[in-house]
Design a protein around this ligand. Sequence first.
Ligand code: FAD
Ligand code: 2HG
Ligand code: ZN
Length: 477
Amino acid sequence: LTKDRFPEIKRGNYAVLQDADVSFFEKVLNKNQIITDADEVDSYNKDWLNMVCGYSSIVLKPKSTEEVATILSYCNDRKLAVCPQGGNTGLVGGSVPVFDEIIISTSLMNKIIDFNSLTGVLVCQSGCVLETLMNFLQEQGFIMPLDLGAKGSCQIGGNVATNAGGLRLLRYGSLHNTVLGLQAVLANGDILDSMNTLKKDNTGYHLKHMFIGSEGTLGLITKVAIQCPPYPKATYLALLSIESYDTLLKVYKLARSNLAEILSSCELMDLASVEAAKENLKLSCPLPDAPFYMLLETSGSNGDHDEEKLSDFLTTCMDQNMILDGLTLTEPSKMRALWSLREGISSATKQDGYVYKYDVSLPLEVFYQIIIDLKEHLKVCSDMKRICGYGHLGDGNIHVNITSAEYSETLKEAIEPFIFERVSHFKGSISAEHGIGFMKTKYLKYSKNKSEILLMKNLKSLLDPKGILNPYKVLKD
Ligand code: FAD
Ligand code: 2HG
Ligand code: ZN
């Protein structure tokens, strides 16, 4: 339980759930929208990484914005703390209660409301699973502007609440760019309807941005309007193996200039990451062992044009001895298999036993230096099993996964705050895409200055004066 592993975190001065509260919820929701069976509630109490575990005794599953508003208004009056939960795939312990917060799951808010095939704007409830939306859009000739390994479980509301990045951010930008409007219920039950579907709207403050990346601390997102790009007519995937990080940067520079507008993904995997996926998930890598692998995806509307660009790029790489080996794939099943290798690393490292996950932004020049520094720093720590560096090279975002057979306080103390100090020294960010959640609140100060944290706290007090929305997350105290 979290209270055992994090004894320094004290329960806030919130009310404790009473029978009368449950009776109230039973009047608002149907039986199948309330879970109180301890075994069933258990899975909602634990996060995907088995890192944080609360002891809530109830999960509420509203189906509409109005039901969310009624629940939150009641909880605010009673000062009952709540934890909004989407697909529970978050990696920073933000999606589960820390103590006994009421879990509000959006999983029944899963209706697609509208899709405009002229503009590509999709309007849906926040509980729609990302992959369901992807499949729906494919039938209409469109794609979601984001894609990530957790697509089968994560929900669009959770994606927006974490400002999830993923594998296509390089091309389509972050959700701050593609979310056109949203609806959210505030802590007191007020509904903020900001369901704009226009690309341009400079009428005062852009309120939606406050909720994108707010990790359930400012409001519960109930609907989203999102700009979706057309389904690309031609997609190619190339895997390159490279001897050194310096050479990899040269290949990257060439890819940016030569593949230019057709480049839709540029990912990095080091050998340890690929080994983790091979050993723990029995996946295979189509190229022989090498220190680094670069995965490049192109998407465009003219296959011949894209193929010519890709082939020129690969020829230059080979002529200049930049790559050890390389291959290009066009067959969908082979491309999916290669993507599974990259997307599988996150689950593969988890299977070593316990994984300490870090998700940082760094200037490209020192992107991989963090792994080299950590290897040196942790070499005396016998609890460490593996250290992997992989991620979204094209976005300057590296994922550092360090594993041990079981949770080791010694290893954790060796990693933190060392890693955050290094990131701060390199002028990076301690969270590129996963957020702050519960696990990183102590370290927010490495990436936000005092004036920024003060304004964040003031905004939080304005929107949620009683602090009932996802307490213990993002901001300390
Ligand atoms: P949850 O995990 O349920 O919640 C995440 C946070 O959002 C919590 O703080 C929660 O309180 C809040 N929240 C959820 N729904 C709402 C709502 N409707 N309103 C307000 N607050 C809400 N992240 C990336 O950025 N890029 C990746 O490439 C990526 N890949 C991943 C791969 C795997 C295998 C896994 C397990 C996770 C990955 N993640 C990635 C992390 C995770 O952030 C995303 O999976 C996703 O955005 C979380 O969505 P979710 O619905 O599961 O949200
Ligand atoms: C990815 O890019 C995800 O695969 C998960 O963001 C990273 O698990 C991780 O550390
Ligand atoms: Zn990622």
